[in-house]
Design a protein around this ligand. Structure first.
Ligand code: NAP
Length: 330
């Protein structure tokens, strides 16, 4: 199969590249050549900006295009229209942030509306913009497209301060702060998401699909991390109230922490994807792969995005919080 990936050099795109190569497909990457150029020396890379620079793709044909780098409707419309007759299928990488009601996170749940139709503010309107992007692709491709709505994504190459940062924290050993042991969490290995997308193309699936894991308790994640790091570690669960009082921001402040009243957000239905071939890498393997990558030194704190950086729990803050917690308990 001939595969085009718009992007392909950061995280989810890299897993799509590797899954496609492992499946024996011919891969072409289209990106600006800024993010890790040349990481796949044997893969054809065409450079251009998806905003106004698609002409370099003219005259070519692919069986499928994967679009993991679409966030702005005006720009997604360009690639969707440009490739209409050049690809058989268009797979849009979306997010579960498209939903407006955390109590209905099935594919038929209500979606966010974009309050300002002219917005291109990806930070504030991320989910609502993805909704419009999804609609544009669906309007142009009909049965030839699907929206892969990803939950939290994990695995090697992850540029976000979530699992890699949690692993960095735990890899030092010592006492670690956490919220509650039974809090549910859901995430998906990027490779599992990529493998499902490849299978979905084979099956010619269309429509909307949530792609995340099935919920499991926080202590399972943290205990597995301690086991894999092999460092002497104690985990101190301090509960939601203390963290809120101390102004810790959820999910990005203390990785994957979601207070009790918002835990419905960790109950995304994945039955549709399970029924169509989604399988999961074991948690321990996911942690091992990601820890290896973190330990290789490629993941560096200066990769934290400016936005997430302000929430991240530093070592100093963690020590302060633990000292205060113990003082209160004594
Ligand atoms: N991480 C999560 O937990 C999570 C959760 C839910 C959904 N998602 C979704 O998963 C996707 C993650 O994508 P990713 O960053 O990992 O994808 P990726 O394809 O690995 O990386 C982004 C690519 O886009 C290219 N790019 C950026 N701007 C471009 C432009 N103007 N023209 C052409 N190429 C451009 C970059 O290369 P150049 O810079 O060289 O151009 C890079 O190759 C997103 O759609 C996100 O919404 C992620």
């Amino acid at each position: 199969m001939d595969v085009l990936i718009i992007g392909g050099t950061q995280f989810v795109g890299r897993h799509l590249v590797e899954a496609s190569l492992d499946a024996g497909h011919n891969v072409t990457l289209f990106n600006r050549g800024r993010t890790d150029p040349g990481i796949y020396p044997h893969v054809e890379e065409i450079h251009g900006d998806r905003d106004g620079g698609l002409e370099v793709l003219r005259g070519r044909k692919w069986d499928v295009v994967y679009d993991p780098s679409g966030y702005v409707p005006r720009i997604v419309r360009q690639s969707a229209e440009f490739l209409r007759d050049a690809v058989d299928r268009y797979i849009f990488v979306s997010t579960i942030s498209v939903y407006s009601d955390i109590n209905d996170l099935s594919e038929t749940g209500p979606l966010l509306e974009l309050a300002n139709p002219a917005s291109e503010d990806v930070l504030s309107d991320y989910g609502a913009l993805k909704v419009v992007c999804e609609q544009i692709v669906a309007e142009i491709y009909g049965e030839r497209t699907l929206n892969a709505r990803l939950g939290f994504v994990v695995g090697q190459y992850d540029p976000i301060t979530r699992l890699p940062y949690l692993l960095q924290r735990f890899d030092k050993g010592g006492e670690k702060i956490a919220a509650t042991p039974d809090q549910p969490i859901q995430f998906i290995h990027a490779r599992d998401a990529a493998d499902w997308m490849l299978g979905a193309v084979e099956q010619k699936l269309s429509g909307d699909f949530n792609l995340t894991g099935t919920p499991f308790p926080m202590h399972e994640l943290l205990d597995t991390i301690v086991e894999v790091t092999g460092k002497p570690t104690t985990i101190t669960y301090v509960g939601d109230a203390f963290l809120k009082e101390q102004g810790i921001g959820g999910v990005d402040g203390l990785t994957y922490w979601v207070p009790k009243e918002s835990q419905a957000a960790m109950n995304v239905s994945v039955q549709r994807a399970l029924d169509t071939g989604l399988t999961f890498t074991p948690l321990k393997t996911t942690i091992e792969q990601t820890l290896d990558w973190v330990r290789s030194g490629i993941y560096k704190p200066d990769m934290f995005s400016e936005v997430l950086k302000q929430f991240v729990l530093t070592q100093e803050r963690e020590d302060e919080l633990l000292a205060l917690w113990h003082q209160r308990q004594s």
